[in-house]
Write a new protein. Structure first.
Length: 88
């Protein structure tokens, strides 16, 4: 009957322990690198979203200004010059 208190295989040699520790450290560095890449992608997505919001807002402001100018130029000359002066 095998003895349950003695390991069935010998303990790892110092070289094997060093190799396992090195692999663990490399795995941790890879996890940290993947995390940083993911964070960078999230930041880039947030920046793209903010830029898109700014572009939508700018387009709306441009559209409003264009509509105001179009309306001002469609009025009779006397009213147009007054409206233009007041809008400045």
């Amino acid at each position: 009957m095998p003895n349950l208190f003695t390991p069935s295989r010998p303990s790892p040699s110092p070289i094997q322990r060093l190799l396992m520790a090195t692999l663990v450290v490399v795995a941790l560095f890879l996890l940290a690198a993947f995390y940083e890449v993911a964070q960078g992608q999230v930041r880039a997505a947030h920046q793209r979203e903010a830029q898109a919001r700014i572009q939508v807002q700018t387009a709306a402001e441009t559209r409003t200004q264009r509509e105001r100018l179009t309306a001002a130029f469609q009025q009779p000359i006397g009213v147009q010059s007054v409206a233009y002066t007041l809008s400045r």
